[in-house]
Design a protein around this ligand. Structure first.
Ligand SMILES: Cc1cc2nc3c(=O)[nH]c(=O)nc-3n(C[C@H](O)[C@H](O)[C@H](O)COP(=O)(O)OP(=O)(O)OC[C@H]3O[C@@H](n4cnc5c(N)ncnc54)[C@H](O)[C@@H]3O)c2cc1C
Length: 437
């Protein structure tokens, strides 16, 4: 990494060497170079490695964006930031991300579910591309250099003073730096959020998003690895769904794991209900419709038809044709859970047991015991309050010269490349505005 001279003040100090910090620094430097200027831009990164999260993202493959090109549809993948990102995506969206990386020699591919990865399946290629682009644009990077405090002097020509906390192995690092403009791109780290707070910004309390559910239920025991293509999931608070987005039905594939449940439907629910679940200490009841889109009446009708049409000797434990999407082992568990004896034949199934089975199929209730990490992706819900940010420029409403980008903001997306797209978009807008300021 290059070391910059510290005597001259910085045009732009970028705090945080992650996806948003690098993308912004590159855009800012390139814009000013196009105008024949030589900007002084520095990324300050507290860890010993830049772009650490990019490197481990998407299981090492980096799912850098999503093939969703309509801003109105794209914003539906952001539990927080839906309204504010709409105009931002009309300026820089996944099509622009694709073009940006392709122009720099990265070949991309779109998977069947819309996720976009480098053809190489290597996050290192994305890291290399960003490092190379930064070096080419003259962006300087300091590693192992945390910004401990930011001071603002109103009316000063160079209003920002950054107080640095250098690593013990870098005794030559200066204690302070001066900058005309500052971009806060510190991700979900508590230290970065404290910096925003010290400058007068309000924080929405950070809580985890994108996690899986711990459920210890006999119906799921020994079924780890079983998946169902489409289920409907809903949280219950007592007998009713909680108010607002936490109580909405979420659809998608479900995976039974050793510790409970995972898969796209669970991750989606964890994101939309992140705040409510945190407030409830992750204690709630999960209602599962295993045969979505069938409802109770349709399930009853299907089961009645099965009872009438089944061969005289056919037992209920052998899964009927109508439910082939349900793995046989899971079917057997649901039959047991409905209290149906293993020898029970369809023809003699009582009305009461038939109804209990229908309820297990469309409204099985599973108490949550907590959350578990989702290793492929994890984001923070919460951060700098969006009310205090001008989304035309990603600029602070409270302090001239202060910009925000990425996860430090109270924005988070579902899995699928949406979180990086937020980083690219907000960084691009912030840098464009800073270069024009
Ligand atoms: C395991 C994992 C996999 C993921 N996979 C994907 C994926 O495939 N697709 C996707 O869209 N999203 C993915 N995400 C989410 C995505 O990585 C983040 O949303 C994205 O990295 C946010 O970028 P950022 O630049 O805002 O923050 P970060 O990438 O977190 O970068 C912030 C940087 O700021 C530094 N910093 C913090 N405070 C200071 C300070 N005071 N001084 C100096 N430096 C500081 C931090 O060390 C960090 O390097 C994944 C997340 C995880 C954890």
């Amino acid at each position: 990494m290059q070391v910059c001279s510290t005597s001259a003040p910085l045009d732009l100090a970028v705090i945080g060497g992650g996806a948003a910090g690098f993308f912004a620094a590159i855009r800012y430097a390139e814009l000013r170079r196009e105008r024949g200027e030589k900007p002084h831009v520095l990324i300050l990164e507290q860890s010993s490695q830049a772009l650490g999260k990019v490197l481990i993202s998407g299981g090492g493959r980096c799912n850098l964006t999503h093939a969703c090109f309509d801003p109105a549809e794209l914003v539906q993948h952001y539990p927080r930031g839906t309204r504010e990102l709409h105009s931002a995506f009309s300026r820089f969206q996944p099509a622009d991300t694709i073009e940006w990386f392709q122009q720099r020699g990265v070949s991309l591919k779109t998977e069947a579910d819309g996720r976009i990865f480098p053809v190489s399946d290597s996050a290192q290629e994305i890291v290399n591309c960003l490092l190379k682009s930064a070096a080419r644009a003259g962006v300087q990077v300091w590693l192992r250099c945390a910004v401990a405090a930011i001071q603002y002097t109103p009316g000063a020509n160079i209003p920002f003073t950054l107080h640095l906390r250098a690593h013990k192995n870098d005794p030559g690092m200066p204690g302070t730096l001066h900058a005309r403009q500052v971009l806060l791109a510190t991700g979900g780290s508590p230290g970065g959020m404290r910096l925003a707070e010290s400058l007068g910004h309000t924080l929405q309390p950070p809580v985890p998003s994108l996690f899986t559910f711990r459920i210890n239920d006999p119906r799921l025991m020994g079924l780890a690895g079983v998946s169902i293509p489409t289920v409907g999931l809903q949280l219950l608070d007592g007998a009713k769904p909680p108010a607002g987005q936490a109580g909405e039905l979420q659809l998608g594939a479900l995976l039974i794991t050793h510790w409970g449940l995972s898969g796209p439907a669970v991750l989606r629910l964890s994101a939309w209900a992140a705040r409510w679940l945190h407030a409830n200490h992750y204690q709630a009841v999960l209602q599962i419709n295993w045969i979505y889109p069938q409802d109770l009446n349709q399930a009853l009708a299907t089961l009645h038809a099965q009872r009438t049409g089944a061969a005289r000797s056919q037992q209920v434990v052998s899964r009927p044709q109508a439910f082939t999407a349900l793995p046989q082992r899971l079917w057997r568990r649901l039959v047991e859970a409905a209290g149906i004896p293993s020898q029970q034949r369809w023809a003699d199934l009582s009305k009461d047991l038939l109804r209990r089975l229908a309820l297990e199929l469309v409204a099985g209730r599973y108490p949550l015991q907590g959350k578990a990490a989702f290793k492929d992706e994890f984001v923070t819900c919460g951060g700098v309050s969006l009310k205090e940010v001008d989304f035309q420029r990603m600029h602070s409403h409270l302090m001239p010269g202060l910009y925000f980008a990425g996860e430090v903001l109270d924005i988070d997306g579902l899995t699928g490349g949406f979180n990086f797209q937020n980083a690219w978009t907000t960084a691009w807008i912030a840098a464009t505005a800073a270069a024009q300021a």
